[in-house]
Write a protein that binds this ligand. Structure first.
Ligand SMILES: [Fe+2]
Length: 451
């Protein structure tokens, strides 16, 4: 009996150590999801391979936990590059089913990663949420503020995040800063059940040290066969939602303008069209210069093709305007209010970067403010009872005290679950725009003047 017991104990120990070895964490990190192509059927998974060989993504629509060989599908990296002290692998998954949960692990010669999962975009018009913002820094107190905003992503579970430029301090070529940004993104935006949220990257002036850096970090698409022309567009939901990711750090005219017009024309029948770019035409802080050339290249095209929402960043503050029509002759700073056909301009970045004073409002400004923030959009297709619309909320993620320390109460915000991503979580701090309240709805109905 004693001998038998001894045998069983040894067997259990051996089995246990075998399992531990098989499922040891692999030597990779900084995992990020990116939308590079059709969000309905593709997903790019990027990571930094620190050691180990022959990595592959094992994935499928059934959750197999970390049992990598039970996943029906697998994909080896489709692109590998060494930049900024990282051995970056990109796995461009394609042929995915729309509006589905996909579970995956990354397996290599050293082991198997944790199990993560993501959702593909729907191919029909269905409600979804997304987060839009920009501008993080690599040093305190902005670093902490950016981390607070990252944590909001995990709590709100958006379909995707548009990050509208300026990822790090400096000019986008500092390996330590990128390692920090990617590690924070991976660790802090990940939901507690392992769901990862794809980022849609946009070029900012703090990436100008290498104009192709977002292609190296996120596999971002480019035009005219040059990775320095990082601008592209993405669509999903059938003809429901189209977004155009522009580049304010290169010539906004010439090739880019031609490409923009073609893209707007091709997608003019979409229910909603959004454009995102880093530098605002008309900043809402005095310290930032006006971008007149950019305005002339893009603003009239936006209006002509019925662009609904424009997102910008760069100024480190919050703004939202009435729907606007460009009018360089009669308008104030080139714009007049047009609630029926105008583009609503939202921005201006302060995901983490120290916020500037909001001292440059216009007659067509709905509201501006100074704090760290992101925009949270709930997008709804038309139904029998209501027209298609977008609810826009400005979420305050932190403010600074007199000692310039970033303070937040985001830990008190209740996290949403998969079946209630349209709920407003308790404890969330949403900027109120009186008399319209905490939600600005597009198309804009002026309740102030209709009451
Ligand atoms: Fe900037």
């Amino acid at each position: 009996m004693k001998n038998n017991l001894f045998f069983y104990v040894i067997a259990i120990l051996l089995l246990g150590s075998g399992c531990k070895k098989e499922y040891a964490p692999v030597s990779l990190d900084k995992i990020r999801l990116v939308w590079n192509d059709s969000p309905e059927t593709t997903m790019t998974i990027g990571w930094d391979q620190i050691s180990g060989e022959n990595p592959k993504v094992c994935y499928g629509t059934k959750d197999q936990g970390r049992k990598w060989n039970r996943y029906k599908l697998s994909q080896e990296p489709t692109r590998e590059i060494n930049h900024y002290n990282m051995n970056t692998k990109f796995c461009e998954l394609s042929g995915l089913l729309p509006d589905k949960a996909y579970y995956f692990v990354i397996k290599d010669s050293e082991g198997v990663s944790e199990r993560f999962w993501f959702k593909t975009a729907p191919d029909k018009p269905v409600p979804f949420t997304c987060i839009l913002g920009g501008d993080t820094k690599s040093v305190e107190p902005s670093l902490s503020a950016g981390r607070f905003s990252n944590k909001i992503v995990a709590k709100l579970r958006p379909l995707f995040v548009v990050f509208c430029g300026d990822f790090t301090s400096d000019v986008g070529t500092n390996p330590e800063y990128w390692a920090q940004w990617l590690t924070d993104w991976f660790e802090l935006t990940r939901a507690s059940d392992g769901r990862l949220f794809p980022v849609v990257p946009v070029m900012g002036n703090h990436e100008r040290g290498n104009m192709s850096v977002l292609n190296k970090i996120f596999n971002a698409p480019y035009q005219y066969e040059s990775p320095e022309n990082i601008y592209y567009s993405l669509s999903f939901g059938g003809n429901f939602f189209h977004m155009i990711l522009l580049n304010s750090e290169i010539d906004e005219g010439c090739e880019q303008r031609q490409w923009l017009e073609k893209d707007l024309d091709k997608h003019k029948n979409f229910t909603f069209k959004l454009a995102a770019y880093h530098k605002p035409f008309r900043p809402h802080t005095m310290g930032k210069r006006e971008n007149i050339y950019q305005y002339h290249q893009w603003a009239y095209l936006f209006y002509e093709y019925g662009l609904d929402i424009s997102l910008d960043a760069d100024s480190h503050m919050s703004k939202i305007t009435y729907p606007l029509k460009p009018d360089s002759v009669n308008g104030f700073e080139g714009f007049v209010r047009d609630d029926i056909s105008g583009t609503m301009y939202i921005g201006e970045g302060s995901w983490g970067a120290g916020y500037r004073v909001a001292d440059d409002n216009k007659p067509w400004t709905l509201r501006s403010g100074s704090f760290n923030q992101l925009k949270w959009l709930q997008v709804f297709p038309g139904t029998e009872n209501e027209d298609a619309h977008i609810d826009i909320r400005t979420v305050i993620t932190s403010i600074r005290d007199s000692a310039k320390t970033s303070i937040t109460h985001i830990e008190e915000i209740s996290a949403l679950s998969e079946d209630n991503v349209f709920t407003i979580p308790e404890g969330i701090d949403i900027y109120s725009t009186e008399p319209y309240g905490t939600v600005i709805t597009y198309p804009f109905i002026d309740r102030k003047n209709s009451n």
